[in-house]
Design a protein. Structure first.
Length: 205
């Protein structure tokens, strides 16, 4: 009988800390600090077989004890509420999307893990008998390619300007607390208060 080769999973490498951190940072940058959250968190498949042929562990069974599915409700200090869903068990490629529902329409922001996605606005017409009109908004800056170094570059510019960097320690600390609260809420079935605060980053472009 063939023996299974087991690779041990890394604690803390679930969907929240590994992946959701980017999307939560985008939400806080857009909407400001989170005030409280409640979530359902699960690990439907505690083991996975490595299917990447370029990996040295190809074909091995991996223990994956960390959370892979998260559904959360977020209440921001601004009064905005929203849903936050991450799922590593999907059978298809990343289809992440961000939509803001407002009184004047819906703002489609695309995937914040990519550069150059269209930003579209579906406006409410003044005459509700008319069909809503989708409008593609112009880019605010030229960073529409794979600009992974934009963070350190902006920090250097902020130092020269004498202004706070858009991605500072307060923002990072707040996002980490929100993600930790989501995990705690899923485990304890509780509504979790967020104690840290951060300012919504200013745009200098």
């Amino acid at each position: 009988m063939e023996k299974k080769k087991i690779c041990v999973g890394v604690v803390g490498a679930g969907v929240c800390y590994d992946y959701a951190v980017y999307y939560m940072t985008a939400l806080v940058s857009l909407l400001g600090a989170v005030e409280e959250t409640a979530a359902f968190v699960s690990t439907p498949f505690p083991t996975h077989r490595n299917i990447n042929p370029d990996s040295p562990d190809y074909g091995k069974v991996m223990n994956t004890p960390n959370e892979s599915r998260v559904s959360a409700i977020l209440k921001f200090r601004s009064g905005v509420t929203g849903t936050f869903h991450m799922d590593q068990d999907s059978v298809w490629k990343d289809q992440a999307d961000m939509v803001i529902y407002g009184t004047k329409g819906m703002l489609y922001l695309g995937n914040p893990d990519r550069f150059g996605d269209q930003v579209r606005l579906l406006s409410n017409p003044e005459d509700r008998q008319e069909e809503p009109r989708m409008q593609v908004l112009p880019f605010a800056n030229d960073y529409i390619e794979n600009a992974r170094g934009i963070g350190p570059s902006e920090m250097a510019e902020a130092i020269l300007r004498g202004t706070p960097a858009r991605v500072g320690k307060e923002l990072a600390c707040h996002v980490l607390e929100v993600l930790s609260a989501i995990l705690r809420s899923g485990k304890q079935q509780s509504v979790e208060k967020i104690h840290s605060v951060c300012e919504r980053p200013e745009c200098y472009y």
